[in-house]
Design a protein around this ligand. Structure first.
Ligand code: AMP
Ligand code: ZN
Length: 121
């Protein structure tokens, strides 16, 4: 395990994963937790947050295949539970400043309950 995956005590999502900062849990798996976004941008807006501190998708590699499989499996399961699977939804991860990333700990937005525009703004 590389150093980049060590818990960062100053990281908001590391603290949420550790239970030091409250969140609204939706679901969880071995390597990822799902919580409600505090500032929802769609009727259903869930964050899938890796338990490990990985700064962004730019730090992923082939060895992370199982982790990503777990993320998308959990996303599909939550989408069914939220009642958005039939109409469709979006799973997105932002990377860096121009990508719109504000929390430097890997997470995926699951957005649904309304029609999404394309391309994103
Ligand atoms: P991003 O901007 O892609 O890095 O996504 C970070 C997301 O975290 C934003 O959608 C925020 O609304 C959300 N967020 C920030 N603080 C919290 C928190 N304490 N609990 C839940 N979601 C949060
Ligand atoms: Zn972190």
């Amino acid at each position: 395990m590389s150093e980049r995956r060590d818990r960062d005590p100053g990281c908001l999502f590391c603290r949420i994963v550790a239970g030091e900062i409250p969140s609204e849990p939706v679901a969880e798996a071995d390597d990822v937790i799902a919580i409600r976004d505090i500032s929802p941008r769609a009727p259903s807006h869930v964050l899938l947050v890796t338990r490990e501190h990985i700064p962004s998708a730019a730090d992923l590699g082939a060895a992370d295949g199982p982790l990503l499989g777990s993320v998308f499996e959990l996303a599909a399961s939550i989408a069914r539970a939220e009642g958005i699977a039939e109409t469709g939804y979006r799973v997105v991860t932002n990377v860096g400043e121009w990508g719109g990333q504000t929390v430097p700990h890997l997470h995926f937005h699951l957005l649904g309950g309304r029609s999404m525009s394309w391309p994103p703004g």
